[in-house]
Structure formats: structure tokens, C-alpha cells
Design a protein around this ligand. Structure first.
Ligand code: SAM
Length: 189
């Protein structure tokens, strides 16, 4: 199995090849995959075209300020790596992280099992979260689950993976859309 080290320029494999997109394990269970695939039209509308209600845009901007503030003030090292679990299909960085990464210190890595638009403006892992640690030699400083936690059938497996993939000092951001409200908390760190 190929393992990767993450740098600000991309994923470096064991032969020192550099890429901005890698593929790991996809969702094999047909029912679970169909659930994601069925939402593709909606994702094209909301993510590719960014056809979002003003309320959602407003809340995403607040989520972004919250994430940006925590990253800038709490992470002391030169470069931090944030994994966005379930980043969806857009080639552009989602609104809730956009511009935070303009500060070179905050590297954004998107993860999603949907194999659409695999060449992106950001570092992208096309794969599922469960088992991801087997492919990586780098630990993350921050994890984001923005309206994606409810897509996981087995939350124990998610917790188990979180423990394997983050640094001991890591931060955890949770965003949840409920009746067009975004809630967030820090659960780890
Ligand atoms: C509702 S979308 C969230 C999109 C984006 N984060 C946002 O807040 O607008 C949920 C995403 O989770 C992804 N997802 C589902 N199962 C996953 C898994 N096992 N590992 C990683 N991502 C997964 C889906 O493919 C989908 O793109």
C-alpha cells in the first residue's frame, strides 16, 4: 500500500513523487455509496455553482471566522494541516475555509469519497475517512466535519480513526446545518 507524507506543495509518496490529488479507499458498500451518489445533483447546485441561501452563506462565513481565529491563535507551529472530512465536489475551497489558507501557514486538505472533479484548487484525497491513517505518515492539526458527521453509519469507527490521524494537540471543528442554522463546537484539543 502506498503511503504519503503531506507537505504544503502536495502528497509525497515513498518514491518522492509529488501529487496534489491522491486516491485512497473508496466506499465499497453499494447502499452507502448510493446514498452519496444520490445527492450529486444537489451538491452540483450548492457546491459547484455555490447556489446557497443568504442564510447559509452568512453562517458559513461565521464558521470560517471561528475556524480561522482558532487556527491563528492556538497553533504555534509554522505550518498547520487541516483535514476537511467530507469536503464534497467543488474544485474551489469551501466558503468556510476560503482565504484562511491564503496564510501559507494553514494548509487545507479536502477528503471526499465521491470521485468527481478530482483536480482541485487544493490538496485533495479522494477516499473515505475510515482507515485513512493507513495511507498517511502525517498527523493533522485540525479536523473539520462540516455537515458530514451524519453521513457516517458507524460513529465508533469515526472516533477510532480520529484518534489515529490527529496530533495530541489537535483541534476539532464541527458544523451542523439544522433548519439552516450552523452550530459548532470544539470537541478535542
Ligand atoms: C452534506 S456534504 C458536506 C459538504 C461540506 N462539508 C459542507 O459543509 O458544505 C457531506 C459529505 O460527506 C461525504 N462523506 C460521506 N461518507 C464519507 C466518508 N465515509 N468519508 C468521508 N466523507 C464522506 C459525502 O460524500 C459528502 O460530500
Amino acid at each position: 500500500m502506498q503511503r504519503y507524507h503531506i507537505t504544503q506543495n502536495g502528497f509525497v509518496d515513498q518514491n518522492q513523487n509529488l501529487s496534489r490529488t491522491i486516491q485512497t479507499e473508496l466506499i465499497e458498500d453499494e447502499t452507502a455509496f448510493a446514498k452519496q451518489d444520490n445527492s450529486l445533483d444537489e451538491y452540483k447546485e450548492t457546491h459547484e455553482k455555490e447556489n446557497l441561501s443568504p442564510q447559509i452563506v452568512y453562517l458559513m462565513y461565521h464558521f470560517r471566522r471561528f475556524i480561522g481565529y482558532q487556527i491563528m491563535t492556538n497553533l504555534k507551529q509554522d505550518i498547520s494541516y487541516t483535514l476537511d472530512v467530507g469536503c464534497e465536489i467543488s474544485r474551489k475551497i469551501p466558503l468556510y475555509f476560503r482565504e484562511i489558507n491564503d496564510c501559507n501557514k494553514a494548509i487545507y486538505i479536502g477528503l471526499d469519497p465521491i470521485p468527481t472533479n478530482t483536480n482541485r484548487d487544493y490538496l485533495f484525497i479522494n477516499g473515505k475517512f475510515e482507515g485513512l491513517h493507513q495511507f498517511l505518515d502525517t498527523f493533522f492539526d485540525c479536523l473539520i466535519f462540516s455537515t458530514s458527521l451524519d453521513h457516517f453509519p458507524d460513529l465508533e469507527a469515526v472516533v477510532c480513526e480520529i484518534r489515529k490521524i490527529i496530533k495530541k494537540t489537535a483541534w476539532f471543528f464541527l458544523g451542523r446545518a439544522t433548519r439552516s442554522q450552523y452550530c459548532w463546537r470544539i470537541n478535542y484539543g
